[in-house]
Ligand binder design. Structure first.
Ligand code: 1PZ
Length: 206
């Protein structure tokens, strides 16, 4: 039986999101389907799980946010429409709002993209330096206690690169192909989401 390849699945799903974005003419705001986006995001949780038990709380929080958008997709079909609904209800920044959760998912995308970029340009088997660099995406938004816990998790309970690749059923060469693909697609999807926030004057630093 073909082994599960979560890294390949996430790379393919984000490539597919880019294909959808490319179908919109330049200068026009793309209308990405919320279901496609949230399903692609759900494919990132196996990776988070494989980073180590210390990231269990991160995974739980991430999955809850993804599920919120999966649920929202049953009644709202497009990502920009979901944001505009929250603007109209004046709940963009409210804890637990769809738009707030979307911003956290976008940040997770950025973090994983940077993690992969750093893994590809770092020698050796340790993920500590790549993970520390990737965490800079989130750390400004986390309080002291969470930052402290994440830093401890990275230095004491983080998987090694070979453990991660084994769990994802990848080797050095195959993983590089998937990481490279994810890095390019995630950058495009991330810019698209940033633009949705910026064009509505919502800002992205909260
Ligand atoms: C490679 C390893 C890098 C380090 C991983 C860092 C993980 C960050 C863990 C944060 C612990 C999560 C606990 C819950 C935090 C919530 O308070 C916040 C705010 O939520 P809000 O109030 O706005 O609803 N949640 C977050 O900041 C989202 C955290 C998502 C973490 C995803 C982890 C992804 C790990 C990927 C590794 C590259």
């Amino acid at each position: 039986m073909e082994k599960d390849r979560p890294m390949k699945k996430m790379a393919e799903a984000f490539k597919e999101l880019c294909n959808r974005l490319n179908q919109f003419p330049e200068g026009e705001e793309a209308r990405l389907e919320l279901a496609a986006f949230s399903n692609a995001c759900s494919l990132l949780s196996p990776l988070i799980r494989c980073l180590g038990i210390a990231f269990l709380f991160a995974e739980i929080d991430y999955v809850a946010k993804v599920n919120d958008l999966v649920k929202a997709s049953k009644s709202v079909s497009l990502l920009p429409v979901m944001i505009d609904d929250d603007i109209r209800s004046d709940c963009v920044r409210k804890a637990g709002s769809h738009t707030r959760n979307l911003l956290r998912l976008k940040r997770t995308l950025d973090m994983i993209r940077i993690l992969f970029e750093e893994i590809m340009c770092t020698e050796g088997n340790s993920l500590k330096d790549p993970a520390s660099k990737a965490y800079k995406v989130f750390s400004p938004y986390h309080g002291w206690a969470i930052r402290k816990a994440v830093t401890a998790g990275i230095s004491e309970a983080l998987a090694t690169k070979s453990e991660l690749l084994n769990k994802m059923n990848e080797d050095e060469i195959s993983s590089r192909i998937q990481m490279q693909s994810f890095v390019s697609s995630a950058a495009i999807v991330g810019q698209y989401i940033d633009q949705l926030f910026i064009s509505r004057g919502l800002g992205t630093d909260w």
